[in-house]
Every structure is written in C-alpha cells, then in structure tokens.
Design a protein around this ligand. Structure first.
Ligand code: GLN
Length: 565
C-alpha cells in the first residue's frame, strides 16, 4: 500500500509549491524510499502546450512526449527520476475523459456530476501513479485554496483520506507569513484564513509550510499552531533561501522529513543529503565567474527558460564557476542593427528554443556574431535553425535562405517542416515530442562532449534541418554531428573551424540535474571560461575586421518590414 502526500497552497500563488513538493520528494528519497510526484492543474486546457509564455512559464517535455507543467522539471531534477504523461493531470483532461465516457454510454443512463464522476476520474488518475510500485506519491494541487476551479481536486483528495485510511494520507499546506514593514512584524492572519478555507471544504492540514522572509520564531509557530489546529512541530519554517537547492536542507533542519515519516508510520534510516549539500556549496561559493548571453524575446519572463537556467546552475557547479546569465532582448539587436553592442563582454552566446517570427533576425544576428567572433555558441532547437540560416546566407551565399516557419516561399528552405507535420490540423500535442535516439558522430565536438555515440534526448518542434542542403553545408564546414538514424534527420550541427559552436535540435536542458549537469551545458560553460581567459584557439579569421557587422549584411536580403514589426 503506497502512502499519499497531498500538497496544497494558500494565500497567494507563486510561493514555490512545486519546489516545496520536489524538496519533500528529495528528502524522502534520500532516506531510501521510492518516491514519485504528480501535479494536478485545475485549468481547462488539456495541457500547457498550447499556452503562451505570458500565460504559463516553460513547457516541460517528458521522455514519453507529454507537454507538461514546469513543476515536473523541478520534480525530475530533485528526485532524479524520469516522469511521464500520467504525472501531470489537468481539469481539461479530466473533463475530456468524463465527456467521452458519457458519449460512449459508460454511465448507463446516470446523471453525470462533479461528485462522483469528475472526482472519481481524478482519484483513478492519482491511483494510477500511486499504484505503479512506489512507496510514496506526492501530489501537488495547482492553484490556491479558494479558487473555484480547484474545488473538484480538493474534494477528490478529501475523499482519498477516507478511502485509503488516515495513516496513509497526509495533507501538507504551503502558506504565506508576510512581513509587514510598517508594523515591523510577521503576520499570521493570512495563514489562519487560508487554513480556515481548507477546513471549510473538509481538509484539516497535517503540516504547514510557512513561506516567510524572516525566521519564524517559536512564539509565531505556537500562535499558528493554536489557530490552525496543528502541533507546533508541524509548523515548518519555509524561509527564503538564495538557492532552490537549499530548500530541502532547510526543511530537514526544521524536522520536516521526521514528522512526515512519523505521521505516515514509515520507519527508515537517516537522510543522506551529501549530494545536495555539495551542490549548494558549489552554487554559493564558486571560484570564478563567466557571462553567458541568452538571446530570446521573453527575457522578462524567465520562467519560460526555467530548465535552461537550472542547467546553467548545474553546469556552473561542475566548473566551479558562477554563470551570470545576461538576458538579451533580440528585438534590441534588431533595433540597434547589429549584435556586437548587446553581446559585448559575454563569454558565450545561447539562442534557446522559441516560436514565431518576432525577433528572429536578432537571433540570427546573434549566431552570426558568435560565428565570426569565435565566441562559444550553443544553439538549442530554434537556436540551431538560426545558426543554419545564418551559415547558409553568409557562408554559402544563399542570401535568401530562411526557415519555412518564417518565410514559406523562401528560395532556400534550409529549415523546413517535417514531412509528418504537413498534414497536421490540431495544434495541441502534435509536434515532434519527447525522446528520440541520436547517433553522435565520432571525431566531433559533440562526441567529445558526450563521450558516447548513442544518446537519447527530448524534442519539441515542427521544423527541422533540410537534408537537401546537407552536402553544401558540410562542404563549407558545418559538420553534421548528431543523426536520428531511423529517419535520417540531422539533430546536431557544429562548426569545424570554431572554438566551440554546437547546436542541437533537441532540448538537453530537460535532462540536466543538480550534481549531474548535462554534458552540453557543462562543456559550453567550460568553453566560455576558456574563451574568457583567452586560452581558446581563436584564429584571426574568427575575428571580423570591425567586430560589428551590421544586421543588414548579416541578414542578407531577408530583412524586411515584417521581421522588424
Ligand atoms: N519553432 C521551431 C519549430 O517548431 C522551434 C521550436 C523550438 O525551438 N522548440 O520547429
């Protein structure tokens, strides 16, 4: 019989419920338990894949090809386990399933209602993951207590405590204890109200995680305990910390894992927190630093690049370096007419994945700057597309080259729609998604980085390197270093006469973990460090004469009003 931990949140969103859940998972795993995590999102979208980055942060892709909430990224990173489509359920999926059962006649003439039909569907999906052979399932309920949308999920978990027995189900509530400057005090009233809202729907939390910017004194813990009907030891200080990897260590100091195990009647050995302790030490006291430009268009929405940010944190630790991320708005590059100003002082340039034409010429110019200047370049998905377009235009003389994503009628479609994408009508869940095998060609930088020839990486795209141009590109020095053999797709390219210019069609950031950085991020940061210290073999042809080639020349004949609008 597995144990169930449900994590809810109150007062405001963005308190870090995902990281709190992942941290509990890490602590239990560090005691030898087998743990998995699941997120319930109360919105009506079937998955976040169709949502804009303004609505939703990063879309995290699992190996089995699900587009999921970014919290699954935290879960995978903290617990070191691959999750899949069942680990993220949404109200959209639940209602879709209930309605198709109703249409099939499965409810045998009954009136279909939120209780029990919707709640049963939710419970079945929670059980599907819990009964997959784990000791503990941690299910996070998205949203905030009091939201109309989350009610069916809260009702379902209320029922589960009765179904499974009190000793097998734990409710943990994350709440806010704000510091009010004018009063000079932490205030407990929002927490009291939030717990009352939860109790109104029949859930008495067992443990409270109190997010706070100041230490929670014993007096405050006592007060919260009294008003919220818990023991003082069940009020945990969830103080702000400089690194997310410190959160489980703080929770442990405050006795969280002990209480969880005691309440669930689990008897296991002590926690081994060594790996996380050394990650935190590496994050907080590195001996050098390096600056990496991230050239994107959602630079104010850094949640959109969550896994990339974390992968750099992991890579920094392994290089004993602080990685300063310089968020460069590619539209500024377009306005300035060249990339030199925006990228000056950066020791590496990354163009991440992305969609849509806005800012594309700025991204292409960034790849061109890195190519000409011998600055380490890492292109991920759209970042590969931009590097290939730039190479086609400015090295191969195909000045009108483009991706058909942005110019369907281009004379040189160097990046083109995958054949299976041509008949796609529905936008949701139809990209090339999830894990695919990639053969890494021996003798390439990619092979040095991976140290192996067969890897598997996760994808999320519709467009791909066009093999029609392969021999032209290869003859001019754009090496095809990674191939998906079954469909003969070029998944990695690199420049042969550049210190470090590596691009991949997949998203390696999804597989990076604290303590086990993804090799591509690790080696990119290493190359940036080498570039910084001037030890890289940058030959004179890598440096352009004035270092500031104008965007019009970089972009060739394809710069037009649309790309600037
Ligand atoms: N927009 C591009 C495509 O669909 C790239 C996607 C990405 O960067 N993830 O192929």
């Amino acid at each position: 019989m597995p144990k169930y931990i449900f994590v809810t949140g109150g007062v405001v969103s963005a308190l870090g419920k995902g990281i709190a859940s992942a941290s509990i998972g890490y602590l239990l795993k560090s005691r030898g338990l087998s743990v998995t995590l699941q997120k319930c999102d109360p919105y009506l979208n079937v998955d976040p894949g169709t949502m804009s980055p303004f609505q939703h942060g990063e879309v995290f892709v699992t190996d089995d090809g699900a587009e999921t909430d970014l919290d699954l990224g935290h879960y995978e990173r903290f617990v070191g386990k691959e999750l899949g489509r069942d680990n993220n359920i949404t109200a959209g999926q639940i209602y879709e399933a209930v309605i198709s059962k109703e249409r099939r006649g499965d409810y045998l003439g009954g009136t279909v209602q939120v209780i029990p039909h919707v709640t049963n569907e939710i419970k079945e999906r929670i059980d599907k993951v819990a009964l997959s052979g784990v000791d503990v399932l941690i299910t996070e309920i998205g949203g905030t207590v009091g939201d109309i949308e989350s009610l069916p999920f809260l009702e379902a978990i209320r029922q589960m405590r009765l179904d499974k027995g009190k000793e097998n189900v734990l409710f943990i509530h994350l709440t806010l204890v704000p510091y009010i400057k004018t009063a000079g005090e932490l205030k407990t009233k929002p927490t009291q109200h939030s717990v009352r809202a939860l109790r109104d729907i029949g859930i008495q939390p067992d443990i409270l995680l109190c997010r706070t910017e100041r230490p929670l004194t014993d007096d405050l813990k006592r007060k919260i305990a009294l008003f919220c009907n818990v023991e003082m030891s069940e009020v945990i200080d969830a103080r702000d910390v400089p690194s997310i990897y410190e959160v489980p260590l703080r929770f442990h100091e405050d006795g969280l894992d002990e209480i969880v195990l005691e309440k669930l009647g689990i008897d296991v050995g002590p926690a081994d927190l060594g790996r996380m302790e050394s990650v935190v030490e590496g994050v907080t006291s590195p001996s050098s630093e390096v600056s990496i430009a991230i050239c994107g268009k959602y630079i104010d929405l850094q949640d959109s690049y969550k896994s990339i940010t974390e992968a750099f944190a992991h890579a920094g630790v392994e290089n004993d370096t602080r990685v300063n991320l310089v968020w460069v708005d590619v539209e500024d590059i377009e306005r300035a007419g060249n990339a030199a100003g925006a990228l000056e002082g950066c020791h590496g340039v990354l163009v991440p994945g992305g969609f849509g034409e806005r800012g594309i010429e700025g991204k292409i110019a960034s790849a061109g700057f890195a190519r000409r200047e011998g600055v380490p370049y890492f292109g991920i998905c759209l970042g590969l597309h931009c590097a290939v377009i730039e190479f086609a235009r400015n090295v191969c003389g195909l000045t009108a080259a483009h991706s058909t994503e942005f110019d369907p009628d281009t004379a040189y479609p160097v990046i083109d729609l995958l054949p299976e994408q041509k008949s796609v009508v529905n936008m949701g869940g139809t990209m090339r998604l999830g894990g695919y095998d990639c053969h890494v060609v021996e003798g390439t930088t990619a092979h040095d980085v991976y140290g192996e020839s067969e890897v598997r990486e996760r994808h999320r795209h519709r467009y791909e390197y066009n093999n029609e141009f392969r021999s032209t590109f290869e003859s001019r020095g754009l090496v095809s270093s990674g191939i998906h053999v079954d469909a003969d797709l070029v998944e990695m390219v690199e420049l042969s006469d550049h210190p470090w210019f590596v691009c991949c069609q997949f998203h390696p950031e999804f597989r990076s973990r604290p303590g086990v950085a993804h090799p591509l991020f690790r080696e990119f940061v290493r190359a940036a460090l080498t570039h910084k210290t001037g030890d890289d073999p940058v030959s004179s042809e890598h440096r352009s004469s004035d270092g500031s080639e104008p965007l019009e020349r970089v972009a060739g004949s394809n710069v037009d009003g649309r790309t600037r609008g």
